[in-house]
Design a protein around this ligand. Structure first.
Ligand code: AAT
Length: 290
């Protein structure tokens, strides 16, 4: 059948492809090209500027990991900020944590939210949580004005640093994050593929080490439809009581109702949490500062 190929200068010399059943939506927003199609084997797929953001089949791995790695590493998180994440999947996962009182989300592109509500109701359900406060705008600007020390956790669920997410891998952005976190607050940042972007990861880690003045950790998970089939996360905390990311002190299995809130967890559990920090030797060497 007809296939769609995903090429990008971020991964030269290779292209991932998926078989297309039907194109459901294709529109140019103010920021990017938004595409939704029905695939033959991964369910519906959301693509922004020619890059796969999620598929119904494997979105669980990314969304569950980017949320529960940080939120299960601190005791009773209350205030959380999501950067990007307009599909709502990250909100859906944060909702499992009953200690949380406020979930701010800053997404630049309203079209992503509208499209998700129409085509990905299982993700957009996250917007129905009354704790969610939606801010449409550039997260760089939003964080510049965020009150000092407001958040227990900040989750950066942003697209790759081409297009509107360019500034989200640069030093000034991390500095505003560090200010917006309370002492001992945690950051979990989408951090690309260890196979493809070792240098970008090294740069992000060294920026975080300088900005947060604490140890910085790298974790990863398998997501078959992301380039090279893996995605990583940078985790760090602001100065304060040290956070031991590698062994969750707020284990999901012990949180009331978290396992089955609206739907079962498909990917994350405490064993996966601990395993996610085990790094291949070449990655260990590259980020030897860890
Ligand atoms: N949860 C699924 C996956 C994503 S979505 C990333 C979101 O970040 C998009 O909706 C995009 O519009 C938003 N975004 C990009 N730049 C900004 C910005 N400056 N401010 C606020 N939101 C922004 C990520 C998939 C990762 C793919 C890995 N290859």
């Amino acid at each position: 059948g007809k296939r769609m190929y995903f090429n990008n200068p971020m991964w030269p010399g290779e292209a991932h492809s998926l078989e297309v059943e039907k194109i459901l939506y294709q529109e140019k927003s103010e920021y990017q090209e938004v595409l939704v199609f029905e695939s033959s084997t991964y369910g519906k797929v959301l693509v922004l500027d020619g890059i796969v953001q999620l598929t119904e089949k494997d979105e669980c791995a990314y969304q569950e990991m980017i949320v529960h790695l940080p939120l299960c590493s601190i005791k009773s998180p209350k205030t959380v900020l999501v950067v990007g994440g307009g599909d709502g999947g990250v909100l859906r996962e944060i909702s499992r944590h009953s200690s949380v009182e406020l979930i701010d989300i800053c997404e630049i592109d309203k079209m992503v939210i509208d499209v998700s509500k129409k085509y990905f109701p299982e993700l957009a359900v996250g917007f129905e949580d009354p704790r969610v406060q939606l801010h449409i705008g550039d997260a760089v600007e939003f964080l510049r004005h965020a009150p000092r020390g407001k958040y227990d956790a900040i989750i950066v669920d942003s697209s790759d640093p081409v297009g509107p997410a360019q500034e989200l891998v640069e030093r000034p952005f991390f500095e505003t994050i560090a200010k917006a976190l309370r002492p001992g607050g945690v950051l979990c940042n989408m951090a690309e593929s260890m196979w493809l972007h070792t240098h970008l990861i090294e740069d992000m880690i060294s920026i975080c080490q300088e900005t947060f003045k604490s140890s910085v950790h790298y974790a990863w998970a398998s997501v078959p439809t992301y380039p090279s089939g893996v995605i990583g996360f940078i985790l760090c905390s602001t100065e304060g009581p040290p956070v031991d990311f590698k062994s969750p002190i707020n284990p999901i299995e012990k949180l009331d109702g978290a396992l089955n809130y609206r739907r079962e967890l498909k990917f994350y559990n405490s064993e996966i949490h601990m395993a996610a920090f085990a790094l291949p030797s070449f990655v260990k060497r590259a980020v030897s500062c860890l």
